[in-house]
Design a protein around this ligand. Structure first.
Ligand SMILES: [Zn+2]
Length: 492
């Protein structure tokens, strides 16, 4: 009864319809690591799940290329900034193919369509933009000013570097005017931030008093790289003002705006998937900019944690950066997708280690799902009884798994969704042992197992699209191995 009531409320609050989902756009001054991959995989699972549920989905990712960091990295590499961003954006884009990410579009902030959108957004905010001489501590890594009290031992908390003192005349955005409006959006539930702890952080930031923000830098300091301020070529847009605009530039804002009208202005479900380090930019700065421009604001911000490598923060100097391409090469895209979705709690930090990865692979994929699929299809090949379904325990277990997947996906709990499917796999393992169909030739239980396998194939589709396709082929009689067991020597 209670569950029915909750389901009815959820159905009302979340009408089936349009679903626009975005990822953060990555800086291209370095290559992607597993942390970048995790965010995109999470967003892809959400996009695929919604499409599967019959919703109209648009899924966009991209790259953030107008940062001074790119100019500096290009100088070090003896290239032009353009050459560097073209090459590196290509790598980020190809990660989409390697990991089976179902992007509908990929926006690069050096594209003309993005320049047009960012400039239009600036002009739409013009009433709140003013000029002021400012001096402050600026971290190039963060592309952000810091107050002395925000530093840790005088260093940027993200980069452990001393920010440089910058003094110049810049444009400012009257973010302080939107403090109340943003609070109201969050308190009314019109803007949902998941998890709740991140929302609390934003509320206490809003309550502490929001100051106006600097939204440009001199073209000289930017080394001429970036989007010029409309009407003032001596200034370049602050990278965050520029980058945040990607969510609407990818929909044609400032150009042909038909997608923008459809997916932004007239769409109640707009979901940003981001990491915990950039919540304030999305939940405060971005919302303020949209309110100023008189545009719709997103409905949801989902914030994931960070991924560590063998217990430590990934860093070049430690040599523990996990390359997603190498993992895909060795284990396959679906195994990588499975690991990050199952092992890393979606809103918290989690760890990658080769040992843990291989443990999961062998236990859950090779032995769990892979073994079950081959046992069921082998016994089915000997007992042609595909259509006998008794709708007993098996049907109830399938319904239970579907229910858990549905509830967990609403809450962005990918690990719990997968645990639900693996509960069904465990049930099937016990069922097959109990019924021993290879001895009894009981067509009824074979039919039930085939039915369960087909349903498992559909349930895993948002998480492991390739595996889902393979299970469908196995169910129609094709012989294959889903996940070959890893040889012992790879564990060394
Ligand atoms: Zn920094």
């Amino acid at each position: 009864m209670i569950r029915e009531t909750i389901a009815a409320i959820t159905a009302k609050a979340m009408p089936k319809g349009k679903y626009y989902i975005t990822t953060a756009i990555d800086y291209v001054n370095a290559f992607p690591h597993l942390g970048h991959a995790m965010e995109k995989i999470q967003a892809d699972a959400l996009a695929r799940y919604r499409r599967f549920a019959g919703e109209d989905v648009r899924f966009v990712s991209g790259t953030d290329e107008n940062s001074l960091k790119n100019v500096l990295a290009a100088e070090r590499a003896g290239k032009s900034a353009r050459e560097l961003v073209d090459a590196n954006a290509g790598v980020f884009r190809s990660m989409g193919e390697a990991l089976s990410l179902s992007y509908d579009d990929f926006i690069r902030t050096t594209e003309e369509r993005h320049f047009a959108a960012a400039k239009k957004l600036w002009q739409a905010c013009a009433k709140d933009i003013y000029k002021k001489t400012y001096s402050g501590l600026y971290c190039v890594g963060c592309e952000e000013y810091y107050k002395e009290e925000e530093l840790v031992n005088g260093l940027c908390p993200e980069h452990q570097k001393r920010p440089e003192l910058v003094k110049e005349e810049n444009y400012f955005f009257r973010l302080s005017s939107y403090q109340g409006g943003i609070k109201e959006l969050i308190q009314s539930g019109a803007l949902r931030i998941t998890p709740k702890g991140r929302e609390n952080e934003i509320m206490s930031f809003l309550n502490s008093g929001v100051e106006d923000i600097c939204v440009s830098r001199s073209a000289e300091r930017a080394k001429g790289w970036g989007i010029p301020v409309p009407g003032d070529e001596t200034q370049i847009l602050w990278v965050w003002f520029d980058a945040l605009a990607n969510y609407i530039s990818a929909l044609g804002y400032g150009g042909d705006e038909s997608l923008f009208e459809q997916w932004w202005q007239n769409n109640p479900r707009i979901v940003h998937v981001i990491g915990k380090g950039i919540v304030r930019f999305h939940a405060v700065h971005w919302i303020g900019m949209l309110l100023s421009a008189g545009l719709r604001v997103p409905s949801d911000i989902f914030v994931h944690g960070y991924i560590t490598s063998e217990g430590q923060k990934m860093s070049k100097s430690l040599g523990n950066v996990v390359d997603p391409f190498a993992l895909v090469e060795k284990y396959g895209a679906d195994a990588v997708r499975y690991f990050v979705l199952r092992e890393i709690p979606s809103t918290e930090d989690g760890d990658f280690s080769v040992a843990r990865f291989e443990e999961r692979y062998n236990a859950d994929l090779a032995k769990g799902l892979g073994n079950l699929a081959s046992r069921i299809t082998t016994v089915a090949a000997k007992n042609q009884a595909m259509d006998v379904r008794e709708q007993g325990d098996v049907a109830a277990e399938i319904a239970k798994a579907k229910d858990q997947v549905g509830r967990s996906m609403e809450e962005y709990k990918f690990n719990e969704a997968l645990a639900g499917i693996w509960g069904l796999i465990g049930f099937c393992d016990r069922y097959i042992e109990q019924k021993q169909p290879w001895k009894t030739n009981d067509k009824n239980s074979v039919g039930n197992l085939m039915y369960a396998l087909e349903e498992i194939g559909k349930l895993v589709a948002p998480f492991m699209p390739e595996t889902s396709g393979k299970i469908a082929k196995m169910a129609s009689g094709e012989k294959m191995t889903l996940f070959p067991r890893l040889a012992e020597e790879t564990k060394s």
